[in-house]
Design a binder for this molecule. Structure first.
Ligand code: PMP
Length: 427
């Protein structure tokens, strides 16, 4: 294990940060559990956001992948491909976007890149509005719409990006405002910005900011933004890479929580749909999707094997009502964690929807981010057999919980106990 870590250092760039002082090598998984190279079992409260949407080693997905791989592993371009067409039809219907078309990619980054390509071509503008504290991926254009400099390694950009308020609720000039005043201030800021710039192509937003620490604007903000933007013809891109597929419990897509004005013009997805296989994609109205006037293909996007995984995974998710499970089990978990948080001086807030829960840590008696505590809790939880994540701007001080959507109540309670213990270790 340690020699693997040494080899990893030799082959990887310094900016590739791993979790834990002694990084974990995960060798296999089942359900909501994974095992490390020493045979130790962990309850996985973070795999859901990374890749594993339903469950580790889900037999239905494994079987579909094996059978498809045994038939043909091929590029999806140039020839017809039945699993891709079937998954596209299902995703188009589920998206809520009228007359929707789907284009498959291999990652969330590439999905957002494609959305930017479409929006800028459709609107003949390279101006993009993005949210402060956002994260949208790691390509040249995706980092240039990422409003969090811990994840945006260059300021050079093919786009002109303007960042709007509303991404982080808890800090910044509007932190002390109530919901209605906050919305009013952010909308006034947006109107002011639009008055001073050329017309942007689109605004891209995560319904709940993932890497930014599971923070979301108050209900009504995005709807108010959209009313303003529609007057200017600016498109709305909903980055559902973390919030899609029922994770937030009440809704299948994150946009629906902000959806007074209907579906977005463009929706991007990735991560969990393949349950670990690399699927990303863009859904857009036909007129937006078809605005490019040259070929723009992806060799591996939509490959039959990943599509077979996506179809099996999506069927399992819908047939077992995992969205309902996220609502029920997530609701209970948030309640438990709020009770635990109330007893800790370090916990500023427990927030989230469904199985997407953040615990923001601060230095006791202050409003100051506490990244040391977040790292300590991460380590202590691991010791207790629980894997969680962290995030939240530069001062990574929000614990992130996003288990596979099949999490049981017993497992939720088991994980909450470990977290309570881990939080006690930091006070
Ligand atoms: N958008 C969001 C909201 C994300 O959280 C991520 C990944 N953390 C991405 C885009 C990029 O996805 P990928 O890592 O698959 O390129």
């Amino acid at each position: 294990m340690s020699s693997l870590h040494d080899r990893h250092r030799a082959v990887s760039p310094d900016w590739l940060a791993l979790y834990y002082k002694h990084p974990l090598e995960i060798t296999h998984g089942e359900g909501r559990h994974v095992w490390d190279a020493d045979g130790r079992r962990y309850l996985d409260f973070f795999g859901g956001i990374l890749t594993t949407m339903t469950a580790h080693a889900l037999p239905e997905v494994t079987k579909a992948v094996g059978e498809q791989a045994g038939r043909i592993i091929h590029s999806s371009t140039l020839y017809l491909n039945r699993p891709m067409v079937e998954l596209a039809e299902r995703v188009a219907t589920l998206s809520g976007i009228p007359d929707a078309r789907v284009f498959f990619t291999t990652s969330g980054t590439e999905a957002n890149d494609t959305a930017l390509l479409l929006a800028t071509a459709y609107r003949r503008s390279n101006q993009i509005l993005a949210m402060r504290n956002s994260y949208h991926g790691r390509s040249f254009s995706a980092v240039s719409i990422t409003g969090n400099n811990a994840w945006s390694p260059t300021s050079l950009s093919p786009l002109q990006t303007l960042y709007v308020h509303g991404g982080v609720r808890t800090r910044g000039p509007y932190a002390d405002l109530g919901d209605a005043e906050f919305i009013e201030a952010c909308v006034a800021d947006l109107e002011d910005l639009l008055g001073q710039t050329r017309t942007p192509a689109a605004l891209i937003a995560e319904p709940i900011q993932g890497v930014g620490g599971f923070t979301s604007p108050p209900d009504g903000l995005y709807a108010a933004f959209r009313r303003v933007l529609e007057r200017h013809g600016v498109l709305w891109i909903s980055d559902e890479v973390q919030t899609g597929w029922g994770r937030t419990g009440e809704h299948f897509w994150g946009w629906q929580a902000h959806g007074q004005n209907g579906p977005p013009d463009i929706l991007t997805f990735a991560k969990g749909i393949g349950n670990g296989m690399s699927i990303g994609g863009v859904v857009a109205r036909a007129d937006v999707m078809n605005c490019l006037d040259a070929n723009s293909i992806s060799t591996f996007g939509g490959s039959p094997v990943t599509m077979a995984a996506g179809l099996a995974n999506l069927s399992y998710l819908l047939e077992h009502d995992l969205q309902g499970n996220a609502r029920r089990v997530g609701g209970l978990l948030i309640e438990r964690l709020r009770a635990i948080g109330a007893g800790s001086e370090c916990v500023r807030e427990v927030r989230g929807r469904g199985l997407m829960i953040g615990i923001e840590l601060v230095k006791p008696g202050t409003d100051e981010a506490h990244p040391e505590a977040a790292s300590a809790v991460l380590e202590a939880a691991r010791e207790g057999g629980l894997l969680i994540g962290k995030g939240g701007g530069h001062n990574t001080s929000v614990l992130r919980i996003a288990p596979p959507l099949s999490l049981t109540i017993t497992e939720a309670e088991e994980g909450a106990k470990v977290l309570a213990e881990a939080l006690r270790s930091v006070g």
